[in-house]
Structure formats: C-alpha cells, structure tokens
Design a protein around this ligand. Structure first.
Ligand code: PLP
Length: 418
C-alpha cells in the first residue's frame, strides 16, 4: 500500500502541529506506523491522500451513524449556507433541535447547546455543583468525558492509549475534586458515598463505555448509581456524548430504563459538525444563566450549520427508527463467532475486539489486553482496506451506510488474521 503522501504530510504537519494531528489518537501511537491523512469520505468509505480506500469503522469516532455525506444532512447544510453561518443571536432551528432531542430523550426537560462534548460535560458538572452547593465529582476509571481539567483523572481514550494516568497541567486542587472508581464496582461506589456522600455533587459515567473499548454496565451497578445518588442528594449524570442516538434513539438511558438528572450529548447530534449539548431536570437547568447564577456561554453555540446538520440527522432517525434494528443485525453479523483468544464486547453498533481471554468489565480487565498484538491486527485490517480504531482502548462504530458486502469483506479480513 502506497503511503508516500501521508508520510510527507505527517513530516510537514509535525513541524507545525504537535504530533501532526489535532487530536492524539489520530497519530497511531497505539498501533505504530504512519497515520493516514484523509482526502475524502463517502458513505462507509474513507479515501486517503494516496488514494487508498478503506471501509470506515470509526465514523469520525461516532457521529456518522448514517455514513458520510448523507444526502439529507448535506442538503440541510447547503440550505443553512443560504441564510448565514453565525448570528450571535437566537434562531428557530436551535429550539427545533432541542425539541427534537427532547422527543427522543424525555429526561431532557431543558437543554443548552454548546460546541463539543467536552464543553457539555464541563458545563453539566458546573451546574451540578452550583445546584447542590457541593464540590466533589465521582467518575469511573477508563471513562473519558472530554479534556475537562477535573475529569482527566484515570481517563480512557487517548489517555489510556498513551498510558497517561494523570495529565500534566491540571492543578492538584482540581484533580482533588474528583474520585475515580472502578467501573461496575458497587462496593467501591457504596464506600465512596459512605465516606463523602454529603459532599458529592455528581456521579458522571459513560452509560455504555466506549472509551476503554466497549464495556457494558451491569444491572446492579446501574441500580446502585440510581439509589445512591438519590439517597445522598447527588446528581446522576449520563455522559451520552457517544451513546446518544447511537445505541438507541433514546440513548443508553432508554436502553436501560433510567432517567438521569442530567445528560450530555455530542457526536451524532451534530451530523458530523461540531456540537454538544447538556440538559435534564428543569429545576437543575434553571440554574443556568441568564435564568440562574451558573454562568455558561458560547460565541458559536447553536451554530446554524451544526444545528441544521444535527436536525436533519435527528429527523431522519425519527422517521426511520428501524435503522437501529438494521445496525444491530449488521453489527451482530460482523461480531459473530469471535476468534479464539479474543473477547468481543458489543452494544448495538458499538463494539471492540479485546485481545484478551478475560471478560472485559472495567479498566483493569481492559488492561489485560495484548496491545502489541492488537497493533498487528489493526495493520492487517488496514492492509485489507478496513479502517478500525487505531487503538485497543476505543470502540469501533458501524453506520447505516455499511452494506452486507462491506460486512462480509470485513469479517473475512478479521478472521484471516487468526
Ligand atoms: C467524545 C466524547 C467526549 C468528548 O467530546 P468532544 O466533542 O471530543 O469534546 C465526551 N464524552 C464521551 C463519552 C465521549 O465519547
């Protein structure tokens, strides 16, 4: 496979952009080799700068539920271009997007739009602290909630891949406001509440984890989260930036029948443009300025292009709710008959091939993976025209644009490695 242009772009990029990339996991540090610079995408296909084609299983890390350049999303963006790209004043479409989200996710009594998932979790926790008058946050090891200072404690995603437990640049005072507990560990959660319950503002989690690879919550863990937060007056925050409109139209909360106090969104709700959102209980969200005294703002928040793309996406989903069954069937076919020595975790169209025989239920068990072997697997797939996440501790994503032939080609590529 010719990668001359990607190599040249990487060399040029590294001189001016740290690592030549604008987000660490793109640099292939978890798997080695040259990151591919992409030239274009269409449907389920990526084409790199050298003209190599790949079946795409990252989908821009989640947003591309309908594949790249979906006609309805493109039409909405084109339409938005005719009215202007940013006003710094409210628009009808922002209200429409919020209403569309609420229709799918009833716990969203009120919603505020922001520009990224990071902003959404940062803001949701600020509101939780403002509402409760408390300072502590509980998170879980291996969960990633964006690069919010106080949440970069034992985080997943690129932090896990690069083996960074605690990033430089976060004041100790911020990190000290966060407890990181093992995922799915009910006794650890009970102990944290027994010791600090009166000071815990919020518990935030990925309700299906994608950022240590795909990991499901146990029923007892979910039940404990609900009962302990309720008993101690802490808010339960579902970070659905990845799972929202991905694992179900109503997100993981619909899948598990839970009504969190607050939720955060991003990825799918922007149809591939930058967006984020947080929302939940009206009494909590009423604390956000200008109604309340928790300040949060954004020059480009509710940007017309992103809002229009997201609205087209969510309307398409509402009109085609069978797409989740299709995604389920395609993903199930892809993951059927897991290879020996590999643990495959999957929830709907999110999945991970963990290179370990140990069942993966938390960050400790995820770390039992043979990451060097995963790297060889990744490059084997890449050479066969299949683009998987370039790191063991990430989820892969299927889109509605993947065809039965794509799935069959990928299945063969996967099994020919073993
Ligand atoms: C991607 C992600 C974020 C961060 O979103 P950005 O838009 O990258 O800032 C937060 N939480 C979860 C669960 C994510 O998957």
């Amino acid at each position: 496979m010719n990668t001359t242009k990607s190599e040249a772009l990487l060399a040029r990029g590294q001189k001016i952009v740290p690592g030549g990339v604008n987000s660490p996991v793109r640099a292939f540090r978890g798997v080695g080799g040259t990151p591919r610079f992409m030239a274009r995408a269409n449907g389920a296909r990526l084409t790199d700068a050298d003209g190599n084609e790949y079946i795409d299983f990252i989908g821009s890390w989640g947003p591309m539920l309908l594949g790249h350049r979906h006609p309805e999303v493109l039409a909405a963006i084109e339409d938005a271009l005719t009215i202007g790209t940013s006003f710094g004043a409210p628009t009808e479409r922002e209200i429409e997007l919020a209403e569309e989200m609420q229709d799918a996710v009833p716990s969203l009594e009120m919603i505020r739009l922001v520009n990224s998932g990071t902003e959404a979790t940062m803001s949701a926790l600020r509101v939780a602290r403002g509402f409760t008058g408390r300072e502590l946050t509980v998170k879980f090891e291996g969960c990633y909630h964006g690069h919010v200072d106080s949440l970069l404690v034992k985080a997943g995603s690129g932090m896990a891949t690069l083996g960074i437990a605690d990033t430089a640049g976060v004041p100790k005072a911020f990190a000290d406001t966060t407890f990181a507990l093992p995922y799915n560990d009910v006794p650890a959660l009970e102990r944290a509440f027994a010791a600090h319950g009166a000071n815990i503002a919020a518990v935030i989690l990925e309700p299906v984890v994608g950022n240590m690879g795909c990991v499901s919550p146990s029923r007892s863990f979910l039940d404990a989260l609900v009962s302990l937060t309720k008993a101690h007056g802490a808010l339960l925050v579902f970070d659905e930036v990845m799972t929202g409109f991905r694992v179900a139209r109503g997100g993981a909360q619909a899948l598990f029948g839970i009504r969190p106090d607050l939720s955060t969104f991003g990825k799918v709700i922007g149809g591939g443009l930058p967006i984020g959102a947080y929302g939940g209980r009206a009494d909590v969200m009423s604390r956000v300025a200008p109604v309340g005294n928790v300040y949060q703002a954004g020059t480009l928040s509710g940007n017309p292009l992103a809002v229009s793309a997201g609205l087209a996406m969510l309307r398409h989903i509402r009109a085609n709710q069978g797409l989740y069954d299709e995604l389920e069937n395609k993903a199930a076919a892809l993951c059927a008959g897991p290879p020996k020595g590999v643990t495959v975790n999957r929830v709907g169209s999110m999945f991970t091939f963990f290179f370990t025989e140990t069942p993966v239920t938390d960050f400790e068990t995820a770390k039992t993976c043979d990451t060097a072997r995963f790297g060889r697997f990744f490059h084997h797939l890449l050479a066969n025209g299949v683009y998987f996440p370039p790191a063991q501790f990430e989820a892969a994503f299927l889109s509605n644009a993947h065809t039965a032939a794509d799935i069959e080609h990928t299945r063969k590529a996967i099994h020919s490695f073993f």
